[in-house]
Design a protein. Structure first.
Length: 149
C-alpha cells in the first residue's frame, strides 16, 4: 500500500508550497492529503488507501456548502431589495407631508405670527422626519454594503 524506494523504505509524499486543489477547484487533492497525514501524524498513506475516500467525500461536501451559500446569498439580496423598496416607498410618503410642512412653514414665516408655539412644533416634526429618513438611508446603504462585500 505504501510506496517504497529502491532500499525498501517507505517514501514520504512531498508537500508543495502552493496548495494543490482538487480537480474541481475545491478542497485538497489526494496527494496533498497524503502529504498532510505524513507531516502531521508521521503516517505514510498509499495512493490506494481507503482513507482517501474521505477526501473525496469532504470535497463533495464543500461543493454542496458552496451551492447552499450561493442560494442563501440570492435569497438575502432578494429580501433586502424587497425591504429597501418598502422603506423607500415609506420614505416617499413621509416626505410628501414633510414637503407640505416646509411650504406651510415658509408661508407662515413670511407673515407675522402670534403663535410661535405651533410653528416650533411643525419644525420639530420636520426635523424628526428628516432624521428618520437619513437614518433609514444610512441603514439601507450599510446593509447593501454588507451583503455585496
Amino acid at each position: 500500500m505504501n510506496e517504497q524506494n529502491e532500499h525498501g523504505q517507505a517514501e514520504m509524499p512531498t508537500v508543495e508550497a502552493e496548495p494543490v486543489l482538487a480537480d474541481d477547484g475545491r478542497g485538497i487533492s489526494l496527494e496533498e492529503a497524503r502529504a498532510l497525514l505524513a507531516m502531521k501524524h508521521n503516517l505514510l498513506v498509499g495512493k490506494d488507501d481507503p482513507i482517501l475516500m474521505l477526501v473525496t467525500l469532504m470535497n463533495a461536501y464543500l461543493t454542496e456548502i458552496e451551492k447552499q451559500h450561493k442560494r442563501h446569498e440570492k435569497a438575502m439580496v432578494a429580501l433586502l431589495t424587497h425591504e429597501t423598496g418598502k422603506m423607500q416607498q415609506m420614505l416617499a410618503t413621509t416626505f410628501q407631508p414633510g414637503q407640505k410642512a416646509i411650504e406651510a412653514e415658509a408661508s407662515q414665516s413670511a407673515k407675522p405670527s402670534s403663535s410661535s408655539d405651533s410653528s416650533s412644533k411643525s419644525g420639530s416634526k420636520l426635523v424628526d422626519i428628516l432624521l428618520y429618513a437619513g437614518l433609514g438611508a444610512f441603514l439601507a446603504s450599510m446593509i447593501f454594503w454588507w451583503v455585496l462585500k
